[in-house]
Design a binder for this molecule. Structure first.
Ligand SMILES: Nc1ncnc2c1ncn2[C@@H]1O[C@H](COP(=O)(O)OP(=O)(O)OP(=O)(O)O)[C@@H](O)[C@H]1O
Length: 326
């Protein structure tokens, strides 16, 4: 397995002008983007073209126009080769209710070409890694949504792929289940060195899971950036103060003091947000606080969150990415 794992790749997926036209809709429109090793979040509202893109990259549906390569293989010519190197967790439920997870994942391991002994070993290892214990011997029909998602993930990993496509793996999960799944996805890359392309319509999920984010909007590329660049520090300082003598209006006192020192200040609860015009802003804040005998609890530079980058000042999400939830 993983014949090419020792190849040091700069790009896992390269896409040029990829287009898929259906009679009534252009699902993907002239998409050009490169995807590097690591965890890449592919985000977009329902119908943005995420699943269509994944199926084209797997060689399962033919593009109308454009080209792409996955792990160096052309998607038009080399679909079968791509599918031996890549794992796929589809969005919709595809599990046989009467089989157990152990039986189903073993079957998928054998289908990928593994001999019986190796398939059995990989099945046991993979089910353990995704967190399925004794329940793996029970019929899948009785599983919770979280367990079913884990089985789908296990079948995508069982042949030890170099890259996996995970289509909406957190669908239907409650917040705790979602966090567990996101941790698991991160581990797929950090622990096993497998690159991941994970789709979601929830921007907030991508921040902790992904190294890179590609945003699709109506089949077109809206953004492709590293999470570090997207969440770079802002020019806003967050300040929290207290009154050492027990007074309760410390925040309002500080706000008035900052305003009279010509700082642009906004209050949200106990936090004061100050626009940092230059390096002297921190000194002006400290002087204003000391001048009013207040104590400084916190003074830190704010970071963007991915969600707010897609939110305009009045709190509305921008453009037609408006089904994308924070
Ligand atoms: N086989 C098909 N025939 C016709 N139209 C299709 C087909 N498959 C997808 N589409 C359309 O292409 C567009 C993109 O669909 P796609 O499933 O790729 O979006 P998505 O971003 O994965 O959304 P979702 O999260 O809802 O699956 C949608 O308008 C969809 O209705």
């Amino acid at each position: 397995m993983n014949r090419d794992r020792n190849v040091l790749r700069v790009t896992t997926i390269s896409i040029q002008g990829l287009t898929k036209r259906y009679p009534r809709v252009v699902a993907l429109d002239q998409l050009t983007v490169d995807i590097s090793p690591g965890v890449t979040g592919l985000v977009g509202a329902n119908g943005a073209g995420k699943s269509t893109l994944i199926k084209m990259l797997l060689g399962l549906i033919r593009p109308t126009d454009g080209t792409a390569s996955v792990l160096g293989h052309d998607i038009r010519r080399d679909g079968p080769a791509i599918r031996t190197l890549v794992g796929y967790m589809p969005e919709h439920d595809c599990l046989p209710p009467d089989a157990s997870a152990a039986e189903f994942v073993m079957h998928m391991a054998r289908m990928s070409g593994l001999p019986t002994g190796a398939a059995r070993e990989r099945t046991a290892d993979t089910l353990r890694h995704v967190g399925l214990g004794e329940e793996r011997y029970r019929p899948i029909g009785g599983y919770s949504t979280g367990m079913r998602q884990r089985v789908k993930l296990a079948q995508a990993l069982v042949h030890d792929p170099e890259l996996v496509f995970l289509d909406e793996p957190t669908n239907g999960l409650d917040p705790v289940g979602r966090d567990d799944m996101l941790d698991l996805i991160r581990k797929v890359h950090t622990k096993f060195g497998i690159s991941v392309v994970v789709t979601s319509h929830m921007l907030g999920e991508l921040e902790r899971t992904s190294d890179h984010v590609v945003v699709l909007d109506g089949g077109r590329l809206a953004k492709s950036e590293t999470v570090t660049a997207l969440t770079a520090t802002t020019h806003t300082l967050a300040v929290e103060v207290l009154d050492p003598s027990g007074g309760t209006d410390a925040t309002e006192t500080a706000r008035a003091a900052f305003a009279s020192a010509d700082l642009n200040v906004r209050v949200d609860g106990r936090l004061l947000y100050v626009a940092a015009t230059d390096d002297s802003t921190v000194d002006v804040i400290r002087d204003a606080i000391a001048g009013h005998d207040l104590g400084l609890v916190r003074l830190q530079r704010e970071r963007h969150t991915i969600a707010e980058l897609f939110t305009s000042r009045d709190g509305q999400t921008q453009g037609s990415v408006n089904d994308v939830h924070a």
